[in-house]
Design a protein around this ligand. Structure first.
Ligand code: 5AD
Ligand code: SF4
Length: 426
């Protein structure tokens, strides 16, 4: 009998990359592999890398180095690097020179290159036809577009993922119908800038929202320059669109926003955020903030702090600027020392920490609609789910509630989740 071939895929970075890995694993299944949980068990190891910040790259270097021993013990082992990091020619060269035991370094086009590399002879499906092997039982990530046309001056994404390409609405709707039929009712639409989805993002959301049944559709990432008030109006009226808006602001200083090429001002951003809060009072508003952009002064940073306070984000992903080769900002003067940037960063964390805590407390006493996904987070004896605002909610209940919508009255706020009690059980 032929030996079962085992594949291990490790993913770094954003949800888009995780979705790509689910496709890679889906393709490997059709080529006769099964998925394993550790590199030690595998005949094929794939690292799907991320280039957005230096610390993600450092982790890849460390983890790839460790594979040398596995390859030494098992020369038949196939090791492949792919993803955004290896799409950059200087990185591909570096990997080739430093880790000669790698079998292939592919970049972001792995789905077409993979069968050839592992010697598969079968006719294999196009990327669109591959059914992803999804993590989790009741949720799904659905890429609606790939690439980015914006060229924010700090960001490497347009250089590694290329220009925007949208999937057709028909393909997306078909996929979502299939997911709902599988009872995957927590669905996240993915794109670097979903608001510029072609032909039309709002039309797409409208079609999805009209599908039968109860489900939650969220999406990321929205770009503030392209997120229109009509979209907010539509969400407010929708049945199934998430009440979570992730709207990366990056900076509160108009001078820095302009240097970043973001295409909006502080005032425009605040107006949009306030509009969303007024139209959808239960909305959860989250953001990304970049600290220490080249040329940023403490005055600029204080504008970011004041914006953070003024808006009161439910939570914020905060990053220290990391220089990316090939981007415009890599050529900007960057005189502020790293220790100083770290100090600002800690200040922001502290301010945002207080705001997040306050924002979670406001749910206490309220009843939230929650899609139960199973495994308890704060306590294994509890169930866990996701509210319409995208917040994790833990509650006591029986196992048959998994995969169902329930109403939960919130009794307690943790730093990263809410805890409550079941009220109605439909
Ligand atoms: N350095 C630090 N953070 C970055 N991001 C994008 N590029 C960089 C960079 N060069 C952050 C932005 C973006 C998020 C996904 O990653 O805040 O919104
Ligand atoms: Fe990068 Fe800006 Fe595109 Fe987002 S919108 S992926 S930050 S270039």
């Amino acid at each position: 009998m032929e030996k079962i071939r085992k594949a291990y895929v490790r993913t770094y970075g954003c949800k888009q990359n995780f979705a790509d890995s689910e496709k890679i694993m889906g393709l490997l299944l059709t080529l006769g592999y099964i998925a394993v949980k550790t590199p030690e068990e595998a005949d094929l190891i794939i690292f799907n890398t991320c280039a957005v910040r230096e610390n993600a790259e450092q982790r890849v270097f460390g983890n790839v180095g460790v594979l040398k021993k596995l390859k030494g013990d098992n020369p038949g082992l196939v090791i492949i690097l792919c993803g955004c990091m290896t799409q950059q020619p200087h990185m591909a060269e570096y990997f080739k020179a430093k880790f000669p035991f790698l079998n292939a370094i592919i970049g972001t086009n792995i789905l077409t290159a993979l069968p050839g590399i592992i010697g598969a002879e079968a006719v294999f499906p196009s990327a669109e036809e591959i059914k992803p092997l999804r993590e989790g039982e009741f949720s799904a990530n659905v890429p609606i577009m790939n690439g980015c046309d914006n060229f924010c001056t700090y960001c490497v994404v347009p250089l590694v993922r290329g220009r925007e390409v949208s999937r057709t609405p028909e393909k997306i709707i078909d996929e979502i119908k299939g997911l709902i039929a599988e009872n995957r009712r927590d669905i996240l639409l993915l794109g670097q800038n979903v608001n510029s989805y072609k032909p039309d993002f709002m039309e797409l959301l409208h079609e999805i929202d009209s599908l039968d049944g109860e489900f939650t559709i969220s999406y990321m990432t929205s770009h503030p320059k392209d997120c229109k008030k009509e979209l907010i109006d539509f969400i407010a009226e929708s049945r199934n669109i998430s009440r979570h808006l992730h709207l990366p602001v990056q900076s509160g200083s108009n001078r820095i926003l302009e240097l970043m090429n973001r295409g909006y001002t502080r005032e425009q951003y605040i107006e949009l955020a306030e509009y969303a809060k007024s139209k959808i009072p239960e909305i959860s508003l989250t953001t990304d903030i970049l600290v220490g952009f080249p040329g940023e002064t403490y005055e600029d940073f204080k504008d970011t702090l004041s914006l953070t306070e003024e808006i009161g984000f439910d939570s914020a992903y905060t990053f220290i600027y990391s220089k990316r080769e090939g981007t415009a900002a890599a050529n900007f003067a960057d005189p502020v020392p790293p220790e100083e940037k770290s100090k600002w960063f800690r200040e922001l964390l502290e301010v945002q920490g207080r705001i997040s805590e306050r924002s979670y407390l406001k749910h206490i006493g309220k009843s939230l609609r929650v899609f139960c996904t199973g495994e308890g987070r704060s306590n294994p004896e509890l169930l866990t789910g996701k509210s319409k605002q995208g917040i994790i909610v833990d509650f006591a209940g029986s196992d048959e509630l998994r995969g169902k919508f329930v109403d939960v009255k919130i009794t307690k706020a943790l730093p990263w989740a809410l805890v409550g009690q079941l009220t109605v059980n439909k």
